[in-house]
Design a protein around this ligand. Sequence first.
Ligand code: ASP
Ligand code: MG
Length: 295
Amino acid sequence: MKVLKFGGTSVGSVESLLNVKKIVESCTEQMIVAVSALGGVTNQLLAMCDMAEAHDAAWEQTLEQVKQRHLDIIDAVCIDGTKEQCRQVIEQFIDGNLRSYYGMLMVNQDLEDVVRSQVRDAIVAHGEIMSSAIVSCMIENAIPHFSPRFIKTRDIEGQRRLDWEATEELVKVEFEGSEEQRVVVQGFIAEDVETGLKTNLGRGGSDYTGAILAAILNASCLEIWTDVDGFMTADPRKDPNATVIPEMTYELAQEMCDAGAKVIYPPTIAPVAGKGIPVWVKNTFNPTAPGTVIK
Ligand code: ASP
Ligand code: MG
C-alpha cells in the first residue's frame, strides 16, 4: 500500500488533473490519494472571510468565481455519469454552506473571537472537501473517505496539535485490513477530538496528512506530487544552474524544510522517518522525471 499526495497546482487545472488521473490509474498497488484544495482556493476562502468581516460584499463575486472554476473542472474531468451529482454537491457546498457562513460573518460583526475562528476553520475546510469530491468522480473506482473522521487534533494550552493516539487508533479502524484499491481523502483537514468541530493541520498541511497515513498504515512509500522536479540545489527561479538532488537523508530534508524550502511542510518528515518509509517528491507536470527520494 502506498500514499500519494497531490498539491494545489496538481489538482488546480484540467491539464494537471488529467495527469493526476493517469498517474493514479496506471498504478496497480493499493493506494490512498490525499488531495489539497485547487491551487489558490484556500487563500481565496480566507480572503473572503476578511471581506465579509470588513462588511465588504465583494466576497460574493469571489465566491461565484470559485464556484464557476469548480464547475468548469467537473465538466472537463469527471467521468460521465458522475458529473451531475458532483455539480450538485459543489453547488450545495458553495450556495448552501459557504454562502451562509460568509453571511454570518458579515451580519454578526460582534462575534466572539473563538466563534469567528471556528467559522473560519469550517469555511477553509471546504477547499479540500470540494477538490476531493471532484477527484473521487474523476478516478475510476475511487472510494472517498472523510479525513475529519480519523485525523484528530487537540488544543493544548491554546496550541493546536495532532492527537497522535486518537488518530492512530481511528486510522487503523478506517483502513487496516481494507481491500479498497483506490481511496481518496482530503489533505489538511481534521476535527477537534473534544468538540467535533472542523480544524486543520496548518497551511501546507496536506503533506502531513499523507505522512500520518503512510506512517500509521506502514505504507511502502509516500509520494508527494507537486509542480517541481524534486528538491533542488537552489531556487531555480533565481539560479539557472539549480539541479535536482536525486537522493537525500531524512535529516537533510528536515534541515532544508526548516530552513524554508517550500517543497514539503516541515512536520511531514518525522512520522515517515520514524518508520523508515521513503518519501518521493515527484512532478505532476513531468511524471517521468525521477524526482527526489528521501530515505
Ligand atoms: N490547501 C491548504 C493550503 O493551501 C493545504 C495544502 O495545500 O497543503 O495551505
Ligand atoms: Mg504544499
